[in-house]
Design a protein around this ligand. Structure first.
Ligand code: NAD
Length: 245
């Protein structure tokens, strides 16, 4: 299983979940310190783990990761396109550099990663999971680039599912709500009133709490498994009910 952004948060939880179920794990992440740490944590579970330090918006680096995986493992079963960047700003506030960086990582990163790893999937099997967001469906303030890029991931998922179906590859999307990861913690702590922000995020779930990374990883695991053999092109909300509000 290959997971981008696998050094932290949802990607790390996915790596642990799949490793607990016997998968070898490839972590593709830009953060060397966290990536190396994640690699050793996963190895402790008794499977092979490989950390590829890589910026998924850099084509040459992603292609190199693809070459390494082909050499070491010879094939890919599951690809989780999970790394993402969230930059604050309305359409008027967002700088051009931030707009481009967001789209380069959140969307073009999926393009590069899919081109590097989908060809390693054996004919007739394989599963791709893209990490979208509830913010692709529900508006909050000052997230123009992020929310629109996540909405595009939902559309891209359907397009990929259609095109890769003849290869026996299923493609689905998870759309998390507020999940307590380092990314969201950072955003809470940087807000003018962290306690109020946390309360706001809790209130965006009918369960009145944020989710845990493992709760998203469990759904990713299900979607990749044969239990979900007739599920493709779908977006699964893992949002404590934010989408029904
Ligand atoms: N946490 C939430 O509430 C939430 C909600 C909805 C969607 N998401 C999405 O889930 C995904 C994971 O977020 P998280 O909360 O686990 O964040 P996180 O910050 O804990 O983990 C993200 C990981 O991605 C890596 N990364 C960032 N840019 C990269 C790049 N260019 N190349 C390779 N790796 C890169 C980071 O180093 C980090 O390890 C993101 O796509 C995010 O948008 C998160």
């Amino acid at each position: 299983m290959i997971v981008s952004g696998g050094a932290s948060g949802l990607g790390l939880a996915a790596g642990m979940k799949f490793a607990q179920n016997g998968y070898d794990i490839v972590i593709v992440d830009i953060d060397a310190a966290k990536g190396t740490q994640a690699e050793s944590e996963i190895r402790k579970l008794g499977v092979n783990a490989l950390f590829c330090q890589c910026d998924i918006s850099n084509k040459a680096q992603v292609e190199e990761a693809g070459r390494l995986v082909r050499e070491k493992f010879g094939r890919a079963d599951v690809l989780i396109n999970n790394a993402g960047l969230e930059i604050r700003g309305s359409i008027l506030q967002c700088t051009e550099a931030d707009w481009i960086r967001t789209y380069d990582i959140n969307l073009k990163g999926i393009y590069y990663m899919s081109n590097a790893f989908v060809p390693l999937m054996a004919a007739g099997q394989g599963s791709v999971i893209n990490t979208g967001s509830i913010l692709g469906y529900r508006a909050v303030g000052e997230r123009a680039a992020y929310s629109s890029s996540k909405g595009a991931i939902d559309t891209l998922t359907r397009s990929m599912a259609y095109d890769l179906a003849p290869n026996g590859i299923r493609v689905n999307c998870v759309a998390p709500g507020a999940i307590d990861t380092p990314l969201l913690r950072g955003s809470i702590n940087d807000s003018p009133d962290p306690a109020a922000t946390e309360q706001f995020l809790n209130s965006k779930s009918v369960l009145n709490r944020m989710g845990r990374p493992e709760e998203v990883a469990n759904v990713m695991y299900f979607l990749a498994s044969d239990e979900a053999s007739f599920v493709t092109g779908a977006t699964w909300f893992v949002d404590g009910g934010w989408s029904i509000l």
